[in-house]
Design a protein around this ligand. Sequence first.
Ligand code: SF4
Length: 372
Amino acid sequence: MEHFEKFDFQDYLDKVSDKDIINSINRDNLDEFDFLNLLSPKAQNHLEMMAKISQKNYIRHFGRTIGLYIPIYISNYCSSDCAYCGFSKKNKIVRKHLTKDEIEKEAKEIAKTGIKHILLLTGESKKMANLEYLLDAVEILKRYFSSVSIEIYPMETNEYRVLKKAGVDALTVYQEVYDRKIYKEVHTSGEKSNFLYRLNTPERGAKAGFRAISIGSLFGLGEIRSEAFFSGLHAKYLMDKYLECEISLSLPRINHAEGDFRPKYSLDDKTFLQIMLAYRIYMPMIGINISTRERADFRDNLIGLGVTKLSAGSKTDVGGYEGKDVSTAQFDISDDRSVKEIVKAIKHRGYQPVFKDWMVEIGAGEERGSEE
Ligand code: SF4
């Protein structure tokens, strides 16, 4: 990625021709410049062709399936200050830290949806969400879910190994923004202000042996096309180096949150679709997750075009599933449909919703399976 740090994206993208784009779409093994061609503004004239290739790639590698996952927030204390996040330590919000009993109550409530893949999230406070607390939470969640992923503060490889042994199988860690200057501007204090430590986190997770790693940019912080490019390069690097690990990209856009951050850049729906198609063509086997930050109609329209996983029935506040307003949400969601409604929408498009495609028997090896 380093050799693109001083690259003049604008100059390159301005010179991309229709012929370059068509050649890149039809190539088998795309290089970095083909990927960039697909991200160029001019490639928006070729979205139909990109969608056809993307759809073909998707069906070849994933069939007509869409995985479902659901997040659980167990603590919103944070020692970092990220300008765009409702949990930032500077925001005067209602903080909540679930006890073991409360985690179990939430888990029981979520399990009623039938979803078996859960994403465990905390604010980035090592004091409030230390390893012991996380291990307790994982132990509880394993009683109800076949796959537990984590989205917490970056850790060392040996700490990830401890969590893996306890039953965590996947890690989500977003770089948020690959532009170092902007990274510094929006992460002013706390551990998250360390750009390189965060950048190397997915690799520490892969070394610890996690089955799956999700990364991505938070769109709106940096210039859209270069951020999409760097996220893609990062994913490709991980895919090529850690062959046994499933690598996924997410494309979160900034939604309203406490603190009222105004993003400098805006990602419109058409460019969002273009980026997703470019990811799928450049990396046919990449996982692509789309969260409830996106509107229901927009998410439905992406089915079959490259998205592999959708979150469903999500709450972004701690203790949110019990229906009591006990804390402030991390950000507003845009698709507030129930799991049942999302399942119906997936089936309506001719795809099969997958509630479970992975299971870890602690101490008894790992197995794969599939059921609705
Ligand atoms: S994005 Fe993470 S580290 Fe930053 S304020 Fe929010 S919870 Fe804390």
